[in-house]
Design a protein around this ligand. Structure first.
Ligand SMILES: NC(=O)c1ccc[n+]([C@@H]2O[C@H](COP(=O)([O-])OP(=O)(O)OC[C@H]3O[C@@H](n4cnc5c(N)ncnc54)[C@H](OP(=O)(O)O)[C@@H]3O)[C@@H](O)[C@H]2O)c1
Length: 338
């Protein structure tokens, strides 16, 4: 089967950073679905996993953790899906990724594809939806059913892949007042189109901009950007007893004590935690994707696709990695067909 992968971890402009390959098709084991991948989206995690280092792989490493496709075969312990089912999922970072014609994924972290979306529109959603949903509802303890309605949320990085779906989840499910950060005309317009009540510019000091909006401090901050850069600013941005959610691993040690005077809570989200550690509630991700699909079909949530970059091949994936490494992508980049 066709696949795109790497043997060496190289800068993206190196001719061998990503390679078009022919590799054997995987065989579904235990609770695996064998999925014919129709479309994928590309996330910053792909570029981070590919980042230059000296390690050399003996078998090709396949990246890609967002896919939509059709189940072609199932492992012996599968109970929830059958061949022919259309599905969408992010997968597991400790297994091969989805940039291959056929791909094995554990059924517990798979949802049925929203019926109203094309494969490319569906492939844009799983990783970012899982991230924002788990962060808000499982980690930060925000009420999914409107129990926190009217409370304020500042999203740092409102127009990116995670931000575009997070704004929708925060507005439409949690019913929060959402202030999203965006620094350019295009990203400001995108964040507002997905439901942000207001925007602030993350290249300028934030407290004065919040004050100008009449929100001197907020109840919740979701940080979808550089945690190191923002950590020292959190106490000034949050009301007493506020909650912070972060998804980008800090590089430097952080001083937790600065959160103590206001009794601020800090929560990490790792979208791959449940699958990496085979958590007993790993199936919550499949449930979450099924619930999100129903919300898409009901018109409550919508796809965050911004651009279709062509078919799934090394050249087009390199283009996507380059764009993500520049840090100003709006919405999601998707590729379709091999
Ligand atoms: N822990 C997890 O499970 C998890 C899951 C998903 C993603 N992540 C990580 O979360 C980060 C965001 O992911 P993503 O898919 O949303 O990335 P993305 O789509 O590449 O995000 C791009 C957006 O970031 C904004 N941005 C750039 N500089 C910023 C700054 N200083 N402050 C705030 N926003 C800024 C840009 O807005 P402007 O163009 O307006 O500047 C742009 O719209 C990545 O580092 C990713 O690896 C972690």
């Amino acid at each position: 089967m066709k696949a795109v992968g790497l043997y060496r971890y190289l800068p993206i402009d190196h001719p061998e950073s990503l390679l078009d390959l022919e590799i054997p098709a995987p065989v579904p084991q235990a609770r695996d679905l064998l999925v014919e991948v129709r479309a994928v989206s590309v996330n910053p995690v792909d570029a981070k996993q590919r980042a230059p280092k000296s390690q050399v792989e003996t078998a090709p490493r396949i990246l890609g953790w967002d896919a939509a496709g059709v189940v072609r075969a199932v492992g012996p312990q599968v109970t929830q899906f059958r061949p022919g089912d259309e599905v969408y999922y992010a997968g597991s970072v400790v297994r091969p990724g989805s940039n291959s014609e056929l791909h094995c994924v554990d059924e517990r972290i798979v949802g049925r594809k929203p019926a109203t979306l094309a494969f490319s529109e569906a492939a844009a959603l799983p990783l970012t939806t899982l991230t924002a949903w788990e962060l808000f509802f499982d980690r930060m303890g925000i009420s999914k059913s409107g129990g926190d309605a009217g409370r304020s949320l500042l999203i740092l990085g409102g127009a990116g892949g995670v931000g575009s779906i997070a704004i929708q989840i925060a507005k439409r499910l949690a019913k929060l007042d959402v202030i999203a950060s965006a620094s350019r005309a295009e990203s400001i317009a995108w964040a507002k189109a997905f439901g942000a009540d207001a925007t602030v510019d993350h290249t300028q000091p934030l407290p004065a901009q919040l004050a100008a909006l009449g929100e001197r401090e907020v109840d919740f901050v979701a940080c979808f950007s550089d945690t190191d850069r923002y950590f020292s600013e959190f106490p000034a941005l949050l009301k007493a007893q506020g909650r912070i959610g972060a998804i980008v691993r800090s590089v430097r040690p952080v001083d937790l004590s600065i959160l103590q005077p206001k009794s601020l809570s800090f929560c990490w989200e790792g979208m791959f935690t449940r699958s990496t550690f085979q958590a007993p509630d790993m199936g919550a991700q499949g449930d979450l994707l099924r619930e999100a699909a129903a919300l898409v079909e009901a018109g409550v949530l919508r796809t965050t696709v911004k651009e279709q970059l062509g078919r799934i091949c090394a050249e087009n994936l390199k283009h996507a990695h380059q764009r993500l490494e520049q840090g100003h992508v709006v919405g999601k980049l998707v590729l379709e067909g091999f």
